[in-house]
Design a protein around this ligand. Structure first.
Ligand code: S3P
Length: 176
């Protein structure tokens, strides 16, 4: 069992898929978990399950700050748990403490996509309280995402290719 003093070996570390809304985190993480036969945790789904409320309901009833608190608690809980594939909500690792914690304990991949791709993907799905203002939000978060060393661009790539790229990066990081 990994502890803060005895982190998991490189190959056993959890893989964290993060990045802005609409970059394809959930699909990539789901496929990756299948490929590696690892449990999948989607932090949005986990927060919804525990709260018994949808994300828009949590924002509406308790506000964004409350949601961010739930995200921070979950991040602390998951950091250091080895062997998982974790898809984060787009804002989780924008928080400096959460980002530092995950970068220390897991293999973190930030997915990127072109603005046109993000616009199209956000148009296809509802249930994102911050989607209306996404361009300003993305600009504001650029430096936080840039602080993550490993990136994969998902623009115009089929899912299998995104997953292969993540696997290759993970394998090469794990063998170092
Ligand atoms: C958010 C992204 C959403 C969800 C919430 C807030 C954000 O997750 O956590 O609506 O702040 O970027 P996805 O990135 O999976 O859409």
């Amino acid at each position: 069992m990994a502890t803060p003093d005895q982190p998991a070996g490189r190959g056993e570390r959890s893989i964290v898929i993060t990045g802005f809304m609409g970059t394809g985190k959930s699909s990539a993480a789901r496929r990756l978990a299948q490929r590696l036969n690892r449990p999948l945790i989607d932090t949005d789904d986990e927060i919804v399950r525990r709260a018994g409320l949808s994300i828009p309901e949590i924002f509406e009833r308790f506000g964004e700050a409350h949601f961010r608190g739930l995200e921070r608690d979950l991040c602390r809980e998951l950091a250091g748990q080895p062997g998982l594939v974790i898809a984060t909500g787009g804002g989780m690792l924008v928080n400096d403490d959460c980002r530092a914690l995950m970068l220390k304990s897991a293999f973190v991949v930030c997915l990127d996509a072109s603005p046109a791709t993000i616009r199209r993907r956000l148009g296809e799905a509802s249930g994102r309280p911050l989607a209306a203002n996404w361009e300003a939000l993305l600009a504001q978060r650029q430096s936080a995402y840039a602080a993550i060393p490993v990136h994969v661009d998902t623009t115009r790539k089929p899912l299998w290719q995104v997953v292969e790229e993540i696997l290759r990066l993970w394998q090469s990081a794990s063998s170092r």
